[in-house]
Design a protein around this ligand. Structure first.
Ligand code: ADP
Length: 220
């Protein structure tokens, strides 16, 4: 279950990560209740979020009092205080929230969140670190891992594709990748078809198994 327009979400822990999640959800038109134990953090968000409350989310009674039971989605964005993160997540599970997202700092933290019943566990630091590692080599302009073994990569067109259509270049047969979109120099991204001619400097958005996508981006 994901948020639909009008469905309410609760974001617990308004540090850098939780704050970004809450404000973006609100900008997207969703109803958001932001919660943090710190008075200062709550005051900081008074002008940024329509609904923000100071509360200790580890107590299930408190969560009930603030109406957490009625939300469609809960995001537990408490990182450093692992005990608070786990207690909050398990209280939300006990309340029967249909979609609980929790942020983990380490693999063992993630395992426990999963055990207590979080539906989605995210690792912002690890995921961003992985993405930056792929970008710093200069071959991959952007890298998004969709599943453990599947990725979307933004890269420049390799020399042997230049001057040919995507169909002729055999992207799928020879390289095992699907060219999803193409961005000619100075233009915007458009859908790629078998007839699209690849030119020098074109950016390609490529979908493939992670290792295959990486190998494709390293072709020159
Ligand atoms: P980030 O790295 O995204 O800044 P932190 O883990 O540092 O994340 O921040 C998490 C936030 O969660 C802090 O603002 C903290 O006040 C809040 N928090 C910690 N424990 C609780 C709790 N029991 N109830 C509600 N909020 C909490």
């Amino acid at each position: 279950l994901r948020l639909r327009a009008g469905d309410a979400a609760i974001v617990i822990g308004l540090g850098r990560f939780g704050s970004a999640v809450a404000t973006t959800l609100e900008e997207m038109g969703h109803q958001v209740l932001g919660v943090d134990a710190s008075e200062g953090i709550v005051a900081d968000h008074a002008s940024r979020l329509t609904h923000v409350l100071q509360a200790d989310s580890t107590r299930i009674e408190t969560l009930e009092e603030i109406g957490a039971k009625d939300v469609a989605v809960a995001v537990v964005a408490i990182g450093t205080d692992i005990e608070a993160s786990i207690l909050t997540t398990s209280a939300l599970v006990d309340l029967g929230i249909a979609s609980i997202w929790a942020k983990a700092l380490t693999a063992s933290h993630a395992r426990i969140l999963d055990r207590v019943g979080a539906h989605h566990v995210v690792f912002p630091e690890r995921e961003m670190g992985d993405r930056v590692a792929h970008q710093v080599t200069g071959r991959m302009i952007d890298w998004i891992q969709l599943e453990d073994d599947f990725a979307l990569v933004e890269t420049t067109a390799p020399a042997d594709m230049v001057g040919r259509t995507i169909g002729e270049s055999g992207a799928r047969q020879r390289h095992g990748v699907t060219i999803v979109c193409i961005k000619p120099v100075g233009q915007t991204f458009t859908y790629a078809t078998a007839e699209t001619v690849v030119q020098e400097g074109d950016l390609l958005l490529v979908a493939a198994e992670a290792r295959v996508a990486e190998a494709f981006a390293n072709l020159r």
